[in-house]
Design a binder for this molecule. Structure first.
Ligand SMILES: [Zn+2]
Length: 462
């Protein structure tokens, strides 16, 4: 069903870019048009995504696997011809998953699928057993008297709706982000939540949560949607429900880093254009859509500009480390480079489905440039969005601090079927959609680049 829908989407948008009318008011630079249309045949992004997910695999932040990903990235970016390829390392706390299981002990004994949330406390190998108290929403948990929760395993079933722009993730992600802290404050011995996801497969969705300062860490896990609804039905029978939970994990310190590479501009005194994604992934899968495809398409677009010649402004590719456990890479970049001017920032961290909207926040005095960007992207089936906002995970704090940015929004309708699950693998990426992404990113960089001049011709040796 999903493949059929994707195919339909692709067919609907397969009309040649050239055949569609461009915005009447803004003429698009022919150089941009040529780069955009050529990028619709791009294979760099696929090659990077396939290489990273195959040759490195899972890349949990701060681990030896993420270090291998950085080493792989340096070799790859150099081989593609990028300049100034380097790693900026930083220390961070790490959390690693151990064996995990959940079962209903009574009244209807049965096993459930579960995944610990990042930063969950460990139950120890003997596990914990307790009575389950269920809440339909985070607000219900918050409003409950401590006596209803103390000594029990809290279950929050708050269901996230499917949306194209992923807007449910903020509000409905509350049980994962704040639930464990609230439950612990009320004396719960553990918390399980309905996964922050939209698929009815038995894949639990992990993700990070952080206990507030001074709050005692408790074990915290996510049930897949079918198991969460099963638990709801069992609770509705009105008998006391007992659950045994084993969530093992270890914590320590580790090192992560940002991998940086550049296409040097003709004028090195001008602020660079930053494009990127994050190199780390969760540990259950190879992180193909989160976020191998993101680092791949940002680098592929920069590579396409490099192949065309020299841009006026430097293009800086940043593959951030340790995004998943809490934007450690973005914050380290901000600490080192946040005071330097950037011409624009953009990050791809929402999968690899087709881009349907462009938001930007370039400032009032650059409105003509923002409109030129909208016009250049329109033939790819991308609608103009806001002129006063941009988004991105690692770059979020810098955008908030006032840095200019662009947000190219992927269609997120199916993103949360895969997000943070064992199902986030290469086969889920649609190559045609990935090419449309690269075309959009190439267009964006070309519009902002200040113009690309051919490389001075090298004399051929005979
Ligand atoms: Zn991500």
């Amino acid at each position: 069903m999903k493949l059929t829908f994707l195919t339909a989407l692709l067919l609907a948008s397969a009309t040649s870019a050239a055949a569609q009318p461009q915005s009447a008011a803004v003429r698009v630079d022919p150089q941009v048009v040529a780069l955009r249309d050529a990028a619709l045949n791009d294979d760099y992004a696929w090659d990077i995504t396939e290489g990273l997910t195959t040759e490195v695999g899972q890349r949990l932040a701060g681990t030896e696997a993420e270090a291998r990903a950085r080493a792989w990235a340096v070799v790859k970016l150099r081989s593609l011809g990028f300049s100034n390829v380097r790693i900026e390392t930083f220390d961070m706390p790490i959390w690693t998953r151990g064996p995990e299981s959940a079962e209903i002990v009574g009244p209807f004994p049965q096993k459930l699928a579960i995944a610990a949330l990042g930063n969950s406390a460990s139950t120890g190998p003997q596990g914990i057993t307790g009575e389950v108290v269920g809440f339909d929403t985070l607000a219900d948990l918050e409003g409950a008297p401590d006596s209803a929760v103390r000594g029990k395993i809290v279950f929050v079933s708050h269901a996230m709706p499917r949306t194209m722009d992923g807007s449910g993730y903020g509000f409905f992600g509350g049980p994962r982000r704040q639930g464990p802290t609230i439950a612990s404050r009320k004396g719960a011995i553990a918390i399980v939540i309905r996964s922050i996801g939209t698929d009815y497969h038995r894949n639990p969705h992990t993700g990070v949560m952080t206990f507030a300062e001074g709050v005692r860490p408790i074990p915290a896990g996510a049930l897949p949607l079918p198991d969460a609804e099963q638990l709801q039905r069992i609770l509705k029978r009105g008998k006391p429900v007992t659950m045994r939970l084993t969530l093992l994990s270890e914590t320590g310190r580790g090192q992560s880093g940002n991998v940086i590479a550049e296409v040097p501009g003709r004028d090195s005194s001008l602020p660079p254009i930053l494009v990127g994604g994050h190199l780390d992934s969760w540990d259950q899968a190879t992180g193909a859509i989160d976020d191998a495809s993101g680092v791949a398409l940002a680098a592929a677009a920069a590579k396409r500009i490099m192949d065309a010649g020299r841009p006026l402004r430097t293009i800086r590719v940043v593959w951030f480390g340790a995004e998943e456990p809490g934007l450690f890479g973005g914050l380290d970049y901000q600490k080192r480079h946040g005071s330097e001017l950037h011409y624009a920032m953009a990050e791809s961290d929402f999968g690899a489905a087709r881009i349907w909207r462009v938001n930007s926040k370039l400032g009032k005095d650059r409105e003509a440039e923002a409109k030129a960007l909208q016009a250049a992207l329109a033939p790819l089936g991308i609608v103009p969005g806001a002129l006063d906002k941009a988004e991105g995970s690692d770059i979020g704090p810098m955008l908030e601090a006032g840095a200019p940015g662009v947000g190219l929004s992927q269609d997120g309708t199916y993103y949360f079927d895969l997000h943070h699950t064992p199902d986030d693998t290469l086969d889920k990426i649609d190559r045609e959609a990935l090419r449309q992404n690269v075309a959009a990113w190439t267009t964006m960089i070309a519009v902002l680049s200040g113009g690309i001049e051919p490389q001075p011709k090298r004399r051929r040796r005979r």
